[in-house]
Design a binder for this molecule. Structure first.
Ligand code: DP6
Length: 352
């Protein structure tokens, strides 16, 4: 009988409402500020990863969405090395355990959403990789401890270890052992929160996050103010708004933080542009909607790309969708493709 051991794990996509942007240590991937995210429902957007190991495997292999990819990028290798070290420790403590730490791995990973949709999939991907291997290796580490390893792979990945409302505490220690994700509240605390993703462009981003944030750290004056003053205050306020289920406050902080992050990108030299004209029209539309209802019912946030994530409460879904659908209906033969979407926004913003 072939001696193959397998474990699987899923990890959801998380979207930051208080952005991580900047590293104080590039090797350990330590951030310049703490951040907050909301994890999307596993049924909507998630990565499913299976990790297998066997003494018969002759190399590490990786399949992403059915296609084989080289398993050699520095970040994944660093993550793997850490997990292997933990397994080795376990094997030394329990000599009866099979020597997984010496065997190669085969990894099969699949997203339940189109990878080409331009949505951040790397966070969920790395989180699922770490959890599936940790399960396979039967590591005793908590999710927060595993988040430290996921963080080394990709900063935002550490937040995908948890569902619901999550903080990544930047930490103070030089070895990064306290720079980890913690749960602010589970999804059940405030289950009315919904996210709507508007895919503006599925193209690959101009400037990858990793190099973009380095440029900002090195060149933006505004960034210093953001990190020293703006984010620490906002971190406390946003945490409280989640605990209080105060949507108006949460939404205001989310929109302001997205704007502040993109302002530091513009203040980088040479400047980095992640949002396009359509993104800006979506921002305007959200403010119009909130003014129209005389109540904050929707918040926008943009990561390192032009796609929008809108947060709203379930009770306001009809109000929000009514406006969105009404505006879309104005276009004869409207279909949910990109060209028509842009046309819709162009038409809408001519109305004011
Ligand atoms: C704008 O986590 O992709 O989405 O740590 O270099 O892998 P690395 O960066 P990454 O950056 C995410 C940036 C962001 C904000 C956020 O998710 O907090």
């Amino acid at each position: 009988m072939t001696n193959i051991h397998i474990a699987s794990a899923t990890a959801p996509v998380n979207i930051a409402t208080l952005k991580y942007w900047g590293k104080r240590d590039k090797v350990l991937n330590l951030p310049t500020n703490s951040s907050i995210s909301v994890t999307l429902s596993q049924t909507d957007l998630r990565t499913l990863t299976s990790a297998a190991t066997s003494p018969t495997f002759t190399s590490n292999k990786l399949w992403l969405n059915g296609e084989e990819h080289p398993f050699n990028d520095a970040r994944s290798v660093q993550v793997l090395t850490h997990l292997k070290e933990l397994r080795k420790k376990l094997e030394l403590e329990n000599p009866a355990l099979p020597k997984f730490s010496e065997w190669y791995l085969h990894i099969v990973s699949e997203n339940n959403f189109p990878t080409a949709a331009g949505l951040a999939s790397s966070a969920a991907g790395l989180a699922a990789l770490v959890v599936s291997i940790a399960k396979l290796y039967q590591l005793p580490q908590s999710y927060s401890e595993l988040s430290v390893i996921a963080r080394m792979g990709s900063g935002s990945a550490c937040r995908s270890l948890f569902g619901g409302y999550v903080a990544w505490e930047m930490g103070q220690l030089q070895d990064g052992s306290d720079s980890k994700a913690v749960e602010i509240a589970p999804m059940e605390h405030w289950p009315q929160m919904k996210a709507l993703i508007l895919v503006v462009s599925a193209d690959k981003k101009d400037t990858p996050s990793t190099s973009g944030m380095q440029l900002t750290v090195q060149t933006s004056e505004l960034f210093k103010q953001r990190v020293d003053v703006v984010v620490p205050k906002r971190f406390k306020e946003m945490t409280q708004s989640i605990l209080d289920k105060n949507f108006a406050k949460f939404a205001e902080l989310t929109m302001k933080d997205s704007n502040s992050f993109h302002a530091t990108c513009l203040d980088s030299f040479p400047p980095i542009f992640y949002m396009n004209d359509t993104s800006k029209k979506i921002i305007k539309l959200c403010h119009h909607i909130n003014t129209y209802y005389n109540e904050t019912i929707v918040a926008y946030t943009f990561d390192a790309g032009p796609n929008a994530v809108l947060y709203y409460l379930q009770k306001n879904e009809t109000k929000l969708f009514n406006i969105i659908y009404k505006l879309f209906e104005k276009l004869p033969g409207w279909k949910s493709d990109r060209a028509n979407y842009k046309q819709f926004l162009d038409q809408y913003t001519k109305l004011d």
